[in-house]
Design a protein around this ligand. Structure first.
Ligand code: ATR
Length: 264
């Protein structure tokens, strides 16, 4: 039986095993997908296990998406561009890191038929997921990407990877077409982003990478102000599907049953 897993810290709330085992079963694959809480010093051993064929693939989540790179033998272009890896596999006997968050985001936006072409997008947050979203938005040919982060220095660091990024000060929010919450604010239901959107015209698109809880205060408030909203569930599903395809060579079906499975 082949073994796959998601590693991170914390990891108990990860829904990756639920979705991956659902597709494994649906496709009659002899495999199991588990979750494991690791420390930074365990990453080397994880990569070794993939090299030795003891583990056949892994997802990497917060806070190791960057740290893992140091131990890998090869990176795909997507992983290289974002300096972020969420999927590991053995390719030509080399432990390779890839980033499926980029296409996860792109396909989610495509699914909901929001046309970002030539639009101005504002990202809030400069943590682990921000480079993947920036990369996807560039691929989707947006006109301008602005980024705001509580710690401005971290936002400035992202400019080393993406030179056209427009960094703005906290609470100096300019007009935009779409705004993305890429912070961890909202993971607790009572969390509030300390930003004021009341002066922005309505009919904008507010997107939250968080999908559990289903509706963060960021989305709730945006809806009250008359904006379109969407949570990160579709992005999560698509990034998982891309990883499944890499490991098993099968494009898994995305259906309503999966959407319901994740609503818990
Ligand atoms: P990491 O920063 O380790 O990659 P992350 O969960 O990927 O972790 O990212 C956390 C993001 O949420 C960061 O952009 C963080 O802002 P800082 O860089 O200023 O820490 C943001 N964040 C977390 N708590 C926040 C809060 N209370 N208000 C605003 N932003 C917050």
């Amino acid at each position: 039986m082949k073994k796959y897993l998601v590693i991170g810290n914390p990891i108990q709330h990860s829904l990756s095993p639920l979705i991956q085992n659902y597709w494994i079963k649906k496709n009659n694959i002899n495999a199991i997908y588990e979750k494991e809480k690791l420390e930074k010093e365990d990453l080397k051993n994880l990569v070794l296990k993939v090299k030795e064929g003891k583990i056949h693939g892994a997802n990497v989540t917060v806070p190791f998406k960057k740290d893992i790179i140091f131990h890998l033998e090869e990176l795909t272009q997507e992983a290289e561009n974002t300096q972020s890896v969420n999927t590991i596999y053995l390719n030509n006997n080399k432990v390779t890191g890839h980033n499926t968050d980029i296409d996860g985001f792109r396909l989610a936006i495509q699914d909901i038929k929001f046309d970002v072409y030539n639009k101005h997008v504002l990202i809030v947050g400069a943590g682990g997921v921000a480079p993947s979203i920036i990369c996807a938005l560039i691929k989707m040919k947006v006109n301008k990407i602005s980024l705001i982060n509580r710690t401005k220095e971290k936002a400035e660091n992202l400019k080393k990877l993406f030179k056209d990024l427009n960094i703005i000060n906290w609470n100096e929010i300019q007009d935009f077409d779409m705004i993305i919450n890429a912070t961890s604010v909202g993971l607790n239901i009572s969390d509030e982003l300390n930003l004021d959107f009341s002066k922005i015209e309505n009919n904008k698109f507010f997107y939250d990478v968080i999908y559990n809880p289903k509706e963060t205060n960021f989305l709730k408030n945006a809806k009250t102000l008359g904006n379109k909203t969407e949570n990160g569930k579709k992005m999560f599903i698509h990034q998982a599907a891309q990883a499944f395809k890499i490991w098993h060579g099968i494009q898994p079906e995305i259906n309503e049953e999966i959407e319901r499975l994740l609503d818990q």
